[in-house]
Ligand binder design. Structure first.
Ligand SMILES: C[S@@+](CC[C@H](N)C(=O)[O-])C[C@H]1O[C@@H](n2cnc3c(N)ncnc32)[C@H](O)[C@@H]1O
Length: 258
């Protein structure tokens, strides 16, 4: 089963909203609030903003962000995800199904002041796949706007995490904090993954290729260059330590000139 079909089937069969996001440990309300707060700060959300959440899932995070901006569009490649998300919201979010994946957004010229893509990167295996996605995000953002490509597997972090080495540009306190959490997080990840795999089995859902394997991650310099080629200036930011993938993922905050 491919990833888009996986989310389609999950949205059709999984009764618990928390697991339709694809997070093995679910997305409890407290965590969704925390993630939404972090995104709002990193994107610098304002009440006048037009927000696009690209790869929104059924909108647990989108709905929290929608309260802080003027207009919100949620876009996802999966039809069932969009149907389920649209059915659950109070009508103030525009829902769009991306008919041909990330390559061809249905809007022309960038009209969104803020564009978010969060926890979508499991579907991109290579930097070439990621380039297509990044080009779409950049096509959607308005001059002077900001893109947040968040919760992205990071090659540097993954290697450091596995080897237990100290990070190149981490400060000592942050890195020691990460090391202390390492054993704890690995245990939790293995437990969550096993429980999620069982859940899928119970629903008769086949896991997509690479499910449960650690993503090799993307190279920061390459991702930054892909944004630069589109006119964006990138800051790479680590995730708050209590987020599920903080040990292997980073956020890219990308600002565009007017
Ligand atoms: C893991 S979920 C994350 C949802 C949400 N952003 C969150 O953080 O909870 C990934 C979602 O991205 C969608 N998706 C995957 N590949 C996509 C693509 N190329 N373009 C748009 N959406 C995509 C899937 O259908 C799925 O709903």
């Amino acid at each position: 089963m491919q990833w888009t079909d996986f989310f389609e089937t999950l949205a059709d069969l999984e009764p618990d909203e928390e697991f339709v996001t694809g997070r093995p440990g679910g997305l409890p309300p407290g965590l969704a609030d925390g993630i939404a707060d972090d995104i709002a700060v990193k994107l610098g959300l304002k009440s006048v903003d037009a927000l696009l959440d690209y790869g929104s899932g059924t909108g647990a995070i989108t709905r929290r962000l929608a309260k802080r901006v003027a207009t919100t569009t949620a876009a996802d490649a999966s039809k069932s995800v969009v149907r389920r998300g649209g059915g659950a919201d109070s009508g103030n979010i525009r829902w769009v199904q991306l008919s041909s994946g990330a390559a061809d957004p249905p809007w022309a010229g960038g009209s969104f002041t803020k564009v978010l893509s969060y926890y979508n990167a499991q579907t991109f295996a290579t930097h070439s796949d990621l380039r297509v996605h990044i080009d779409s995000l950049c096509a959607a953002v308005a001059p002077g706007g900001t893109v947040l490509l968040g919760d992205v597997p990071d090659r540097e972090h993954t290697g450091q995490w596995e080897s237990g080495e100290r990070g190149r540009d981490e400060n000592r306190t942050v890195w020691i904090g990460r090391l202390e959490r390492r054993a704890l997080d690995m245990e939790r990840d293995a437990r969550d993954l096993a429980a999620f795999a069982n859940r899928l089995k119970g629903l008769g859902i086949e896991a997509p290729p690479g499910f449960g394997e650690r993503h090799p991650g993307f190279i920061r310099d390459v991702v930054t260059r892909l944004f630069r080629e589109n006119g964006g200036e990138t800051t790479v930011s680590t995730q708050p330590l209590h987020f599920p993938n903080a040990h292997t993922c980073v956020d890219y905050i990308v600002r565009f000139g007017r």
